[in-house]
Design a protein around this ligand. Structure first.
Ligand code: NAD
Ligand code: DAU
Length: 350
């Protein structure tokens, strides 16, 4: 039994949903959440479970090699679910080195600590690396990413994630380290930091601010509700096969501009505003450099082999998401004060 489980990045968006699911579902596990609490990490995401007996928070940086080695020796984690990362493409364009440090070196520190602890007997141990569909690069108008699609990353973010995936596989080949990797499409849902498309636009609609659509808005993403991703992660952690990769996606492609129009419509209805009010905020702005045209996942492997599929439609998931942000204005105000304002000014108003 893999009972001492380290979840990295558990104070972030996806990580907090994974931590909650594991803490609630597995009372016999000891769940350790390691997070540096960067701008993207927020312990208030986990308020409801922070007192649980099977939960421990460790504040720390995966870039700190000695510290990582020490906590592995102390707590002897049998399983690792690694989500900690710099995750925003636009920030990676401004500061690629931060992404190399956390996403590559940080992952290596975890791999080394895990290897050093268990190298004499990896039996029953598991290193689960959470990755992204962006490692596959971009699709044209047709086709889907499968697990055998070649890597072809285009942004500093996706190049750093691709590199970390390669290191995980290399540690298996070289040292026999048991791993699984999942590559997931765009997540949305509760607790997402409002630098990503959906929460940023929800926040701007609330405040009647322009909605900055990059380029012509005809870029396509495959959207998955975050709680369905957490369910998939639980399944892969327990039932996935070693040395396997699983793609996770929402079977749910949207062109950005169509998604934004749907969001505007739902927001108008929730806010009691006249239909068409929020759409007037749409503003086309300078494109993201190296902007990938289209991502779309073929998730048939995880569906056929592990029996996973999304539980909510996009319309349902989006409605839950909007309701959460409207009911958690304090959370939103809190994370959009301070550093967020200078990030926003610098990125959108320069
Ligand atoms: P996020 O930015 O919301 O959270 C990242 C978390 O990692 C934060 O809590 C942050 O404090 C922590 N962290 C960052 N640097 C750290 C460091 N050096 N040491 C310790 N902790 C650190 O990210 P997210 O959107 O929840 O993504 C989680 C993972 O899932 C990432 O690996 C990302 O690449 C991957 N992923 C994300 C998406 C998506 O749509 N958000 C899709 C596919 C894969
Ligand atoms: O595909 C998985 C990836 O999805 C994850 O690995 C990343 O961590 C996550 O950030 C996300 O990357 P994207 O770049 O696709 O997400 P983002 O929300 O930044 O952008 C989604 C689309 O919306 C993209 O085509 C860019 C566009 N966009 C985004 C922002 C922030 C805009 O048009 N305007 C914006 O202001």
């Amino acid at each position: 039994m893999k009972v001492r489980v380290l979840i990295t990045g558990g104070a972030g968006f996806i990580g907090s949903h994974v931590v909650r699911l594991f803490v609630k579902k597995y009372p016999n596990y000891k769940i350790f959440n390691l997070d540096a609490l960067t701008y993207a990490g927020n312990l208030s995401n986990l308020k409801d479970i922070e007192e649980e007996a099977n939960y421990t928070f460790i504040k720390g940086d995966i870039n700190d090699e000695a510290f990582i080695s020490e906590i592995f020796q102390t707590h002897r984690f049998e399983g690792v679910i690694h989500l900690a990362a710099e995750s925003h493409v636009d920030r990676s364009i401004k500061d690629p080195l931060a992404f190399v440090k956390t996403n590559i070196i940080g992952t290596l520190n975890l791999l080394n600590a895990f290897k050093d602890l268990w190298k004499d007997n990896f039996e029953g141990k598991r290193f689960y690396h959470i990755s992204t569909d962006e490692v596959y690069g971009t699709l044209g108008e047709t086709g889907l990413f499968t697990e055998s699609t070649s890597y072809d990353p285009n942004s500093p973010y996706s190049a750093s994630k691709a590199s970390s995936d390669h290191f995980v596989r290399a540690y298996s080949e070289t040292y026999g380290l048991p791993y699984v990797i999942t590559n997931c499409s765009n997540n949305y849902g509760e607790n997402q930091f409002p630098e990503k498309l959906i929460p940023l636009f929800i926040n701007n609609i609330i405040h009647n601010k322009p909605l900055p659509v990059y380029g012509d808005g005809n870029y396509t993403r495959d959207w998955l509700y975050v709680k369905d991703h957490a369910i998939a992660i639980d399944l892969v952690y327990h039932k996935g096969l070693n040395e396997e990769t699983y793609n996770i996606g929402g079977f749910n492609e949207w062109k950005n501009i169509d998604l934004v129009k749907l969001l505007c419509e739902q927001m108008d209805s929730k806010l009691g505003r006249k239909k068409g009010t929020s759409e007037k905020l749409i503003t086309y702005v300078k494109d993201r450099p190296g902007h990938d045209l289209r991502y779309a996942i073929d998730a048939s492997k995880i569906k056929n082999e592990l029996g996973w599929q999304p539980s909510v439609t996009f319309e349902q998931g989006l409605e839950k998401t909007i309701e959460w942000y409207l009911n958690n204005k304090e959370w939103l105000d809190d994370v959009t004060s301070g550093e967020y304002q200078s990030y926003y000014e610098n990125h959108y108003n320069k």
